[in-house]
Design a protein around this ligand. Structure first.
Ligand code: SF4
Length: 363
């Protein structure tokens, strides 16, 4: 279907840089700000958008849905209302506040950055994206969000949502997963970004558009879009051809055996390495590969009972754990492990979501 394309609108130049004509950019910027002011959702972090509030919310929102973040955000700010409190909190308490959100390195980086802000910036987050990006865990997107929303700086925050919306608006067939397209979209937006309150509304407007109107996985709701008369894909009926993405690399599958070792009413747990996947969290002993009952009997002669106790699966970004659980009743504890009751494990230790099925089982 061709609804009469405005052929003079955007172009992708030979060298890969996207350009728009000035009038299109101006019209898009103005309609977006007006639209956002009228429709944006009153999310908790928008009610009082200090740099700290925007920062915490953006870190939580990485890989987590808005509805799921809202209660965590409230609990987190109640316990740690400012940067000093975050810098000084004990790590165990911090991880407990984060429990369920996953990707715990985000929480650790928040604290590292808070300590750096206390030491180097007198307890105040810097305003400029370039300075913000020097802090642990703050990348281009988060820096852009803090700088524009909380400080009114003309700095875009470009994520998958923004890339999708812009690729439809401009009918840009570049691979949105490629750094080159992200860089090009970022510099295009930067050229046209407003300052002050309009900067905040532009960033939030792009987020709102991507999350509620120009949605992924299905037809965008163009009838609700402030850009429907400006959008090239809508004019050409090609909305569903964008964004273009190169096929992802397949995830690595890992078979794992999880050992629920019981001694009386206590269960064995151990702390993971301080680096790598799920760094520093507590877990039930587990190992790569499948084991058989015979192997376990040979390795644990002190076990009175050994029985399989169910399978579970957890998907990380690059790897998928397919787990088989084994319950072993032991006559005496093994050294090198921590032995606690199920209630203590639940209340005092941060167990990763990947192993929550087995925590529920022992409870
Ligand atoms: Fe997305 Fe449709 Fe709006 Fe274009 S008009 S930006 S395709 S929602």
């Amino acid at each position: 279907m061709n609804r009469g394309a405005a052929k003079s609108v955007p172009r992708v130049l030979k060298e890969g840089r996207i350009v728009t004509d000035e009038s299109l950019a101006k019209a898009c910027a103005e309609t977006l700000v007006e639209w956002c002011a009228a429709v944006r959702r009153p999310l908790p972090w928008r009610l009082s958008p200090t740099p700290y509030h925007v920062w915490v919310s953006e870190i939580m929102l990485q890989q987590t849905r808005i509805e799921a973040v809202i209660p965590y955000y409230a609990r987190f700010l109640e316990a740690l209302p400012d940067i000093r409190a975050l810098a000084e909190v004990e790590e165990d308490k911090l991880l407990k506040l984060w429990e369920g959100l996953g990707y715990y390195s985000r929480a650790r980086n928040l604290q590292k950055a808070a300590r750096q802000v206390m030491a180097d910036y007198n307890g105040e987050l810097p305003r400029k994206a370039g300075e913000l990006k020097k802090l642990p865990g703050i990348g281009d997107y988060t820096a852009g969000a803090i700088a524009s929303i909380a400080c009114g700086e003309p700095e875009p925050a470009v994520d998958g949502n923004v890339l999708r919306v812009l690729s439809r608006l401009l009918e840009n067939g570049g691979d949105v997963l490629s750094p080159a397209v992200k860089k090009s979209v970022t510099s295009l937006l930067r050229e046209h970004y407003p300052r002050g309150e309009a900067a905040a509304l532009t960033t939030e407007g792009l987020m709102e558009l991507g999350e509620t109107v120009c949605i992924p996985n299905g037809a965008p709701k163009c009838e609700l879009c402030p850009w429907q008369s400006l959008c090239r894909a809508h004019q050409n009926g090609t909305e569903e051809n964008y964004p273009v993405k190169a096929p992802p690399r397949p995830r690595r599958i890992e078979e794992r055996s999880v050992l629920l070792l019981r001694w009386g009413d206590r269960w064995a747990i151990r702390q993971r390495e301080k680096k790598g996947l799920l760094a520093g969290l507590w877990e039930f002993p587990n190992e790569l590969g499948a084991v058989t009952e015979e192997e376990l009997r040979a390795r644990f002669p002190q076990a009175e009972r050994i029985a399989p106790c169910g399978r579970a699966r957890h998907v990380f970004t690059h790897v998928e754990w397919r787990m088989e659980g084994w319950l072993l009743d032991l006559k005496r504890p093994l050294p090198g492990l921590t032995w606690e009751t199920a209630a203590e494990i639940r209340s005092r230790y941060s167990i990763p979501t990947a192993l929550k099925a087995y925590l529920a089982l022992i409870e």
